[in-house]
Design a binder for this molecule. Structure first.
Ligand SMILES: NC(=O)c1ccc[n+]([C@@H]2O[C@H](COP(=O)([O-])OP(=O)(O)OC[C@H]3O[C@@H](n4cnc5c(N)ncnc54)[C@H](O)[C@@H]3O)[C@@H](O)[C@H]2O)c1
Length: 384
């Protein structure tokens, strides 16, 4: 199946000294996927390439991607893993290792993750552990993966006890974020990623102050507001700009703090509530939806502490509303269970939890607020 936008803008390529001694090539824009073969050639990678995909990405994009890996240059095999998080298991990790071993992959060879965050998390874990490290190239096919999961070097699988409990830090050698590939993603899922994009918009000024990230003349919040107003048309070149800003912001943050000892915590805005909501709600809420709710709950706390005025929360709610995303806790949610889940957050430090709180104006946050676990109910019960 072929999908090509009517008007392709330029593909922007950035080279990034990510962190942990890895240089990552990041290409963003309609048609970025066609750079796969030249990217692998520039990496001086071996001939063997494993393309990991899921049924939904295989049906729409596998042929297209394989056409970019000519047989005379590459020895390509593919492995289709179960849909969504069902692939992030120890069983499937072992199957990937076995696939690599049976086909004689060596350390110069590559894994290409063709899919959303679930595939790139599994592929990254497998690439980081097999022979202590193969080349990893990510072709993220969901908006969430393009703005977040494919960037930043966190890999992971789930264990029966919880999500992402086993993982590594392992940076991809290249990321090819092609917005044309989003054309086959269900609309609700595309819009869900707006929760994460909103997060970037709400930390942008602090990131610009703390790193070399350049905000440019128009803030991400204004661009986001405008593209939602215009119907969030995936062929709108402004969406490519939006994706690029999020990717750049994350790269700047992660380059400074790859292992989340300080600045990287800024990316957790809204996430303490979001992760708890996902857990208590049995993952029926999409991640981006949960992040949107988490952001508004956290902002209510900022308002009650007089760190920001109420109009700021109203603007955020309005953006979420227009993106058809929820901003309130789901009706009937058990707040006690939610608080218990929040108290188990990975960001817990003894009796306190680190929170990221918007302050003064949208775009500015304090990412080092220590909040008493005992007061977590205040976070959910703050009046707006
Ligand atoms: N490593 C990180 O930093 C990080 C960050 C955020 C999220 N994650 C992880 O990412 C996962 C969620 O990622 P996601 O939101 O991309 O969802 P996903 O990978 O589960 O994909 C969602 C669904 O969309 C399908 N799909 C993907 N691309 C498609 C396309 N182009 N056309 C049609 N269907 C397509 C998938 O097969 C799947 O059914 C979670 O496992 C989460 O833990 C990781």
């Amino acid at each position: 199946m072929r999908h090509k936008a009517k008007h392709r803008g330029p593909v922007i390529t950035m080279m990034w000294n990510t962190a942990l001694d890895v240089r990552t090539r990041v290409a963003v824009g309609a048609g970025a996927r066609t750079k796969l073969s030249s990217t692998l050639a520039q990496l001086n990678a071996g001939k063997r390439v494993l393309v990991l995909c899921q049924a939904s990405t295989a049906v729409h994009w596998l042929r297209d991607v394989l056409e970019n890996l000519p047989g005379e240059d590459f020895k390509v095999t593919t492995l289709e893993v179960p849909d969504g998080d069902a692939c992030k298991t120890t069983d499937w990790l072992i199957r990937v290792w076995e696939h690599l071993q049976e086909r004689g992959f060596d350390r110069h060879d590559s894994i290409v993750a063709l899919g959303g965050g679930s595939v790139s998390d599994l592929a990254g874990f497998a690439a980081s552990t097999y022979l202590r490290g193969l080349n990893l190239v990510i072709v993220p096919t969901t908006l969430l993966a393009q703005v977040d999961a494919a960037i930043g070097g966190k890999t992971g699988i789930n264990l029966p006890a919880g999500k992402n409990l086993a993982g590594t830090y392992y940076f991809p050698k290249a990321v090819l974020a092609d917005q044309e590939m989003l054309s086959t993603v269900p609309r609700k899922q595309v819009m869900g990623a707006i929760g994460e994009i909103l997060k970037y918009a709400l930390i942008e000024e602090t990131v610009a102050k703390t790193t070399d990230y350049d905000m440019g003349p128009t803030s991400l919040l204004e661009v986001l507001d405008k593209v939602i107003q215009d119907g969030f048309d995936l062929e709108d070149p402004a969406i490519s700009g939006l994706i690029t800003s999020c990717i750049k912001m994350k790269l700047y943050i992660v380059s400074k703090d790859p292992r989340e000892t300080n600045l990287r915590r800024i990316l957790n805005l809204g996430h303490t509530v979001a992760h708890a909501l996902e857990k208590v709600g049995d993952f029926k809420l999409g991640h981006g939806e949960a992040v949107g709710i988490g952001i508004t709950q956290t902002m209510k706390l900022s308002v009650s502490k007089k760190l920001i005025d109420k109009a700021a929360t109203e603007r955020v709610k309005d953006i979420l509303f227009r993106a058809e995303l929820p901003h309130d806790l789901p009706k009937g949610i058990n707040k006690d269970e939610l608080i218990t889940a929040m108290a188990q957050d990975k960001k817990r430090h003894g009796e306190n939890i680190k929170l990221v709180l918007p302050q003064t104006k949208l775009g500015v946050v304090d990412y080092e607020v220590s909040f008493p676990i005992a007061d977590l109910s205040k976070l959910l019960n703050s009046k707006d």
